[in-house]
Write a new protein. Structure first.
Length: 319
């Protein structure tokens, strides 16, 4: 078995091996084709106009620079950027309007934009309204093989009551605020195989809620697996906020050189989280710690959690 074949076999058996290879210089060329935009970037770009975002397959041109925002307002759209670049705007680079079904965005580059927003619903505060909001929010949105750089806002923001979003195989780097953020009203989401790097602790407006400098933040009904986060100065992974946490599974992630590696809420009323088989290296304020809002409230939780709603074991902690 040659070296390339062996590496691919390892990826099929243990996806985390692929992500570990991202961190080695020898894997740089493979990283470009495995995570982020699939189509190689051309040496020069020409100015182009966006096509209409109509149902069906919409394609952008690889050698084009698009300086107007993409807004998707119809069901059943597959946007294949073919490596094209959306750039140079102080607004969201791609917005998916509420209530849409069967939306896929793939092989795109977003540089110097406000990132991607999957819009949700904001219902009144009662159970029936919340159920209705979920039934009428976007469902099954897939973001695949995207490269998002220098975003002045959150790289990917999943709003309230979005259901079944999948964010995979993407790179978010050198941006502000948060790499990927999913609001607590959303559910049945998957965040897998992404590389989040160098998220800055400053933003374009005063920090709100948990603040800036977070790699991936999720609050409810989400699986986090096989992601690499490095250089997030506040939290690598933020699991829950106050009592707004339920049903989170974080496994086989690599978290390097962050402030706190994994921060999980321990406020009374928070729901369940499972934190297992992650690698946390080089954290400056702690590897896996409980927080009450912004106050660090526990020591290290790996294998010693005193909270019945938390399962924290099998994680590898290194200086």
């Amino acid at each position: 078995m040659n070296r390339t074949t062996g590496r691919r076999a390892g990826c099929l058996a243990l996806p985390i091996l692929c992500l570990l290879s991202v961190l080695s210089g020898t894997a740089a060329s493979e990283t470009r084709s495995t995570y982020g935009a699939l189509t190689p970037a051309p040496e020069t770009l020409r100015a182009c106009t966006l096509p209409d975002m109509t149902p069906g397959k919409v394609q952008l041109e690889t050698d084009c620079r698009y300086t107007e925002p993409v807004v998707i307002s119809s069901d059943n759209v597959l946007l294949d950027c073919r490596g094209g670049t959306i750039t140079g705007m102080h607004r969201r680079g791609i917005t998916i309007r509420p209530g849409l079904k069967n939306i896929t965005i793939r092989d795109c580059r977003l540089d110097d934009t406000g990132g991607i927003l999957i819009e949700g619903q904001t219902p009144s505060d009662d159970a029936a309204a919340r159920d209705d909001a979920r039934a009428n929010s976007s469902q099954g949105v897939v973001l695949d093989h995207l490269t998002i750089t220098k975003s002045y806002m959150t790289g990917v923001f999943v709003d309230h009551y979005v259901v079944g979003a999948t964010i995979r195989n993407s790179i978010v780097a050198d941006g502000h605020h948060v790499g990927i953020y999913l609001e607590h009203g959303s559910q049945k989401n998957v965040v897998s195989g992404n590389l989040i790097r160098n998220i800055k602790k400053v933003g374009p407006y005063p920090p709100e809620v948990a603040g800036f400098g977070i790699g991936i933040a999720v609050e409810a009904d989400t699986t986090l697996t096989g992601n690499v986060v490095e250089g997030a100065p506040k939290f690598g992974l933020m699991l829950g906020w106050g009592p707004y946490m339920r049903n989170i599974a974080a496994s086989q992630n690599v978290v390097r050189d962050c402030g706190t590696g994994i921060a999980v809420t321990v406020v009374d009323g928070a729901g369940a989280a499972v934190i297992t088989n992650n690698i946390v290296q080089g954290s400056q304020q702690g590897a896996i710690n409980g927080y009450r809002w912004l106050e660090k409230a526990t020591g290290e939780l790996n294998n010693v959690s005193e909270f019945d709603n938390l399962t924290v074991h099998g994680n590898q902690i290194a200086a």
